[in-house]
Structures are given as structure tokens and as C-alpha cells.
Design a protein around this ligand. Structure first.
Ligand SMILES: [Zn+2]
Ligand SMILES: [Zn+2]
Length: 256
């Protein structure tokens, strides 16, 4: 399984993109930096764009994908919970700012949306996908993705403390989760439901206690302004736990 980090931050600039992860060139996890990273053909070849929740930094490329599908006379398959569909239909794809890509044209909408149910697995192109609820300020599901050749990753999406409820449902060989800010923002993390390195450590200890192992961990959603501080604190967590915990970056490719 080839995991390619297209976007790994919570700010967009010439050097950072919002979160998007590409798996084997066919599945995309979140759509923060898809259209700005991928040639048109690669965008239109995607078998699924899986969205974790409806916050801007995770859905921003959905209208752009719809526009591209329109101009190339095709459609783009998007998967997410009903909450995400409702938010897109109400606020963006409503015929005011963007066309109603969820419904038009009626015979084959530009955004071919499939509603996923939390905790209910489904198959796309031979990949087994399990949406797993996590704790965040909008309804959010992480995705466990198991490839046809038996490799498994779990991407939490945005999450605060409380992953202990998700851990019994997943058994990843690689974990991708978020750290949005350094340890001095721990109170913010608890309130706004994001992780800091210290909060991440508690979640990983709970995983280890339950599962008896710790997978390599890759982090996304960093604030570039505080990245150096986050990096040194994450290094400490990695040393304390004796497992690889590292910051992902735009262009990083990981083979599982
Ligand atoms: Zn969010
Ligand atoms: Zn976010």
C-alpha cells in the first residue's frame, strides 16, 4: 500500500496544503489539498474521495472536483456521512456559489455521493473501508482502510481526546492522526477537540494497553507557525513510547 501525503497542515500556502492523503493512487482521504496536488487525470481516476467531516479544511476541494468533472464530462465518487452531505448541499453546492453538483445532471450528478454509516464497513475497488466515529466539534468518522493485499491503516481525521472508543474497532499497521498545536495548547485541544503531543501520548498509551503493540504513527494537521515546537515535543513522545511518531509533510510517501 502506497500512502502519499498531499497535504499535512491546517494552513494553506505556497509550501503547505490542507489535509489530503492518497492511497495507491485510487483512494483519497479528505479533500483539503487534492486538486492543487494532482493532475486532472489523477483526480478523475480516483475510485473514492472519503471525507471525515464537513469542516472547511477537509472538504475545500469538493466544489473544485465538481467543476473539473463538469468540464471533463464525468463524475467524481465522494463518500461521507449524511452530515457532510447535508452541509455541502446547504452551504456550497446549492446553486448560489457552486452548481448543485450533488443532483445535476439528474441522470449522473457530477459529485456521485454515497452516504456512509458509522461502524458499517463497505468495499471500494477491493479495499475494505470502515468508518469509525471519533470525538470532534463536528460529527466525524476516521477511516480504517484495508487493501486487497492485507495492509491496513487507520486515519482518524480531526480528533480530540477519547480515541479509546475507536481503538477496539481497528488494528492498523500504520496510524495517521492529527496534532494541531504544541503542548501549551492542551486546554485548547481538550475544548476544541484537537490533539497536542501530550494528549496524543495518552491516546497511544491507551492503544498499546488494549492492543499490545504500537504501529508507526504519522501526524497531519499541524499549524506551520508552531511546527518546530510540535516537532520537538513529538520527538519526546516518540522516545518515551519507543515507537516511531513523526510529522508528515507534503510529498511524503510511505510504503506499508
Ligand atoms: Zn475539524
Ligand atoms: Zn481540520
Amino acid at each position: 500500500m502506497k500512502v502519499q501525503f498531499l497535504g499535512a497542515h491546517n494552513c494553506e500556502s505556497a509550501t503547505t496544503r490542507l489535509v489530503s492523503i492518497l492511497i495507491d493512487d485510487v483512494l483519497a482521504l479528505d479533500a483539503g489539498g487534492l486538486t492543487s496536488s494532482l493532475p486532472i487525470k489523477a483526480q478523475l481516476d480516483l475510485k473514492a474521495v472519503l471525507l471525515t467531516h464537513h469542516h472547511y479544511d477537509h472538504i475545500r476541494d469538493v466544489p473544485a472536483l465538481g467543476m473539473n468533472a463538469l468540464f471533463y464530462e464525468t463524475s467524481v465518487p465522494v463518500y461521507a456521512t449524511l452530515a457532510v452531505r447535508d452541509a455541502l448541499a446547504t452551504h456550497w453546492l446549492n446553486g448560489t456559489i457552486y452548481p448543485s453538483f450533488l443532483e445535476k445532471p439528474p441522470e449522473s450528478p457530477r459529485i456521485k455521493f454515497t452516504v456512509v454509516e458509522p461502524n458499517k464497513a463497505f468495499i471500494i475497488a477491493g479495499y475494505k473501508i470502515l468508518p469509525v466515529p471519533v470525538s470532534h466539534t463536528a460529527p466525524t468518522v476516521g477511516y480504517q482502510v484495508a487493501s486487497p493485499d492485507g495492509k491496513t491503516l487507520f486515519y482518524t481525521g480531526d480528533t480530540g481526546p477519547g480515541l479509546a472508543e475507536a481503538w477496539p474497532k481497528v488494528s492498523p499497521q500504520v496510524l495517521i492522526t492529527e496534532v494541531a498545536a504544541p503542548n501549551r495548547y492542551e486546554e485548547f485541544g481538550r475544548r476544541m477537540l484537537h490533539l497536542t503531543p501530550s494528549l496524543l501520548k495518552e491516546e497511544l498509551l491507551a492503544f498499546q494497553k488494549l492492543k499490545g503493540y504500537l504501529p508507526p504513527v504519522f501526524l497531519v494537521h499541524m499549524n506551520p507557525r508552531q511546527e518546530k515546537e510540535i516537532e520537538s515535543e513529538v520527538k519526546q513522545v516518540s522516545n518515551e513510547l519507543g515507537t516511531s511518531v513523526s510529522l508528515a509533510y507534503e510529498g511524503l510517501i510511505v510504503q506499508i
